[in-house]
Ligand binder design. Structure first.
Ligand code: LMR
Length: 401
């Protein structure tokens, strides 16, 4: 029966991990997937997460199903983390929120909800470039995917003129996907002034803003500062959708903890939206897993653990910043590698968009056992003081070929 099924290509990001795992060279480095590694290159289970697990395990939790929209205490606390205590829709109980299978699941629920209920347009504008999975994810949700300019190759910075022109030219009512912070893959975010201009354009064109907030805390080290764009838009009177992930900022990758929310006009409207979110989720996966949500809920709901956690997020962000410094100095000063590498330091969040070309990334994998996505993105978190020299030398050698 399956003779006509064509073989598909490996996933552009997770396929890199497969290739890395198959490589037996001891010098190998995986800078593909965005997953934090500690100074020894090992996955990092946050001490606050360990403590939270101990705390709720002591209460001997049962294994019952969660409600369709997940653990209510957790989603309320997730909303507070994203929107902030001053948020008007939060205080009016007008935010419809559901737990999700991490950030991807949140985006997918949002895509499905918009495809079914958003009355104005089925077109969604994504930044070019964007996280590779956004494109099939929104296509599969039934939306029509389009792009707006974001990255300027010549300045290795934001193409703000292109962004403005493309959003101004978007049809009234279109949906626009915005990375709330730590843009993936470029590591370039708009400034607060630029966000204010984007908010004005979104208002003028009556666009619908959908924020992907997968890296809250990773851009600046502060979860509040990283929520600036979402909170600004809400303050400016926009109704927004927000996809949250706790994969990166709590290191809960495999636990799949996230949330999808929509601000609504009233608590009565919220109740109707809630009911439709349930109707979308129930046939997809019935209800979400409980373990990871309990961890996140314990951290978000316990003052001492919360403080510890925000310190740990800052610790991860700071280690990445120190690797940026180190890599920049190695390439620029020690090795005098051809090219301008200032962007390694100025980009923020987990990734650096190096400017390496697809053929160069292939050479790096084949000759140096260094793995990254073919668009030249590296996960800075995969670098540490043991492997950063080898990485810089390998890049230098690949550029001199
Ligand atoms: C990434 O971009 O590497 C992460 O968001 C992980 C993923 O699922 O792709």
């Amino acid at each position: 029966v399956w003779s006509a099924v064509p073989a598909g290509p490996p996933d552009p990001i997770l396929g890199v991990t497969e290739a890395f795992k198959a490589d037996k060279d001891p010098r190998k480095i995986n800078l593909g997937v965005g997953a934090y590694r500690d100074e020894n290159g090992k996955p990092y289970v946050l001490p606050s997460v360990q403590k939270a697990e101990e705390l709720f395990n002591a209460s001997k939790p049962d294994k019952e199903y969660l409600p369709i929209t997940g653990l209510g205490e957790f989603t309320q606390r997730a909303a507070l983390l994203a929107y902030g205590a001053e948020s008007v829709p939060l205080n009016q109980k007008a935010i419809s929120i559901t737990q999700s299978i991490s950030g991807t699941g949140a985006l997918r629920i949002g895509g499905a909800f918009l495809a079914r209920h958003y009355p104005n347009s089925k077109a969604i504008y994504l930044p070019t470039p964007t996280w590779g999975n956004h494109i099939p994810l929104f296509q599969d949700s039934g939306l029509e995917v389009r792009g707006y300019r974001y990255f300027d190759k010549s300045t290795v910075g934001l193409d703000f003129e292109g962004l403005k022109a493309d959003l101004l030219a978007a049809p009234e009512g279109a949906i626009v996907l915005l990375h709330a912070c730590a843009h993936n893959p470029t590591g370039i975010d708009p400034t607060p002034e630029q966000w204010a201009t984007i908010s004005d354009i979104v208002k003028e064109r009556k666009l619908f803003p959908f924020f992907d907030m997968a890296y809250q805390g990773f851009a600046s080290g502060s979860t509040d500062r990283d929520a600036h764009a979402v909170r600004l838009f809400v303050k400016e009177g926009h109704q927004v959708a927000v996809a949250q992930s706790f994969a990166k900022n709590m290191g809960l990758y495999g636990e799949r903890v996230g949330a999808f929310s929509l601000t609504t006009a009233s608590s009565e409207e919220k109740a109707r939206v809630d009911s439709q979110l349930k109707i979308i989720i129930r046939p997809m996966y019935s209800n979400p897993p409980s373990h990871g949500a309990r961890i996140a809920n314990t951290i978000l709901g316990n003052e001492a653990l919360y403080t510890q956690w925000t310190g740990e997020v800052k610790g991860m962000a700071d280690r990445i910043i120190s690797m940026r410094e180190k890599l920049y100095n190695l390439l620029t000063h020690d090795l005098k590698t051809p090219g301008e590498w200032g962007h390694i330091k100025s980009q923020i969040g987990m990734f650096s968009f190096t400017g390496l070309t697809a053929p160069q990334t292939k050479v790096l994998a084949e000759k140096a056992h260094v793995y990254m996505t073919s668009n030249g993105r590296i996960s800075m978190a995969g670098l540490n003081s043991t492997n950063v020299n080898y990485f810089a030398e390998s890049v230098n050698a690949a550029l001199l070929i």
